[in-house]
Design a protein around this ligand. Structure first.
Ligand code: MG
Ligand code: ZN
Length: 369
């Protein structure tokens, strides 16, 4: 039977054996290769952020501990040991290291690279993105847009019209309907059959698979998880089921916990805590879908570390004190978690660009660069 126990029963109790948890995960029978890929990116989430999440949420209770395969990636960009999110996401989407700030383009002459989302869309798979930032923000942009500079957000929004993305859930509606060039991209999208909705409710969306949709959760950037933003886990669950109906060939879904990074830039531990709880819940939704589906590869990683986070001894022996060494990104190695058919490809220590190669290898398809 394909199932995964959520949550795992093991609960941190002093010095109880942590080895027990793996025995609680039921063996799952997977297909030989994945038909679907869910790539979840925690922006700014490296090992110390994952560690903080594990101890805040509770040992044995997190999604991270349910992955049978863990690896690490080297996040540096082509021109900087410390990457930004544009180069970081382009490494995943195109399989090449680019310069910091560049969206879906490669040096030396900024040639656009075809992203895995664009290529799988062209091959008839369904595609979607669910994020807690605005649509033109660097991470989602790097899967669908090609621009020299990440700050060209109006131009990045235009690139959303160049791929038949099946669904988008996230913020930034004003980039589509209140633009300096007075184009109304929402009219164009409606003309192409998109259902457009505003808010965070998944009701009144064509979740039966009958139409593509964009759900704008905010006009600009979505609120923080600590201010009550809650849509990411539920939207991820709904979108998995929706995408499954959109194509017999499978789907590619990118989900981003966008604000883990922003919390670390702000050195704000409470914000970080709320974002990690939210992202953990989101990963659990992806795992639940994958466990029931059996043909879905789930990959969780970050694009880079942010904040130089250290977990130092707290006031009591049962808590830690998060201390930030920086307000910027750092070059610490980033963990990669994989679950599902071909998950084993993701063990080891490799360049961030290999995430792209490994996704293609898992699908058993030849990538076209
Ligand atoms: Mg991001
Ligand atoms: Zn950042």
């Amino acid at each position: 039977m394909r199932q995964i126990l959520l949550p795992i029963l093991f609960i941190f109790a002093g010095c109880a054996s942590p080895g027990k948890q793996s025995a609680d995960i039921q063996p799952v029978k997977f297909s030989e290769r994945p038909k679907n890929i869910i790539l979840l990116i925690g922006d700014g989430m490296a090992l110390s952020q994952v560690s903080a999440g594990v101890y805040w949420i509770g040992v044995g209770k997190t999604a991270f501990e349910q992955f049978p395969i863990v690896g690490f990636h080297k996040s540096h960009s082509c021109n900087d040991l410390v990457t930004d999110s544009a180069a970081g996401a382009t490494a995943f989407s195109c399989g090449e290291k680019t310069t910091n700030g560049t969206i879906g383009m490669l040096p030396p002459d900024n040639k656009p690279c075809r992203t895995i989302l664009e290529e799988l869309d062209a091959r008839g798979l369904a595609t979607g993105m669910v994020v807690s930032c605005s649509a033109p923000h660097a991470t989602p942009a790097s899967f669908i847009a090609h621009r020299e500079i990440r700050a060209f957000t109006d131009e990045i929004a235009l690139d959303y019209l160049k791929t038949q993305l099946d669904c988008f859930v996230g913020g930034g509606e004003h980039f589509f309907n209140d633009r300096s060039d007075h184009l109304n991209l929402e009219d164009t999208l409606k003309h192409r059959g998109y259902v457009l909705r505003r808010g965070t409710s998944m009701r009144n969306l064509p979740l039966d698979g009958s139409a593509p949709f964009m759900l704008f959760t905010s006009d600009r950037e979505p609120p923080t998880a600590s201010a009550g933003r809650q849509y990411l886990p539920g939207a991820t669950a709904s979108v998995c089921r929706y995408l499954e109906k959109r194509s017999d060939k499978g789907f590619f879904l990118m989900v981003e916990g966008s604000q883990i990074d922003w919390a670390c830039h702000a050195n704000d531990r409470n914000w970080l805590r709320a974002e990690l709880f939210d992202f953990d819940k989101t990963i659990k939704k992806a795992l639940e879908f994958a466990a029931s589906n059996g043909e879905t590869l789930v990959i969780v990683t970050g694009d880079h570390e942010c904040g130089g986070l250290a977990l130092t001894p707290g006031d009591t022996r049962k808590e830690f004190k998060p201390v930030f060494a920086s307000r910027l990104h750092t070059t610490a190695l980033v963990p990669v978690f994989a679950y599902g058919p071909k998950a084993e490809l993701f063990s080891g220590l490799y360049d961030n660009t290999l995430i792209y190669d490994k996704m293609w290898e898992a699908l058993g398809m030849q990538e076209s660069k």
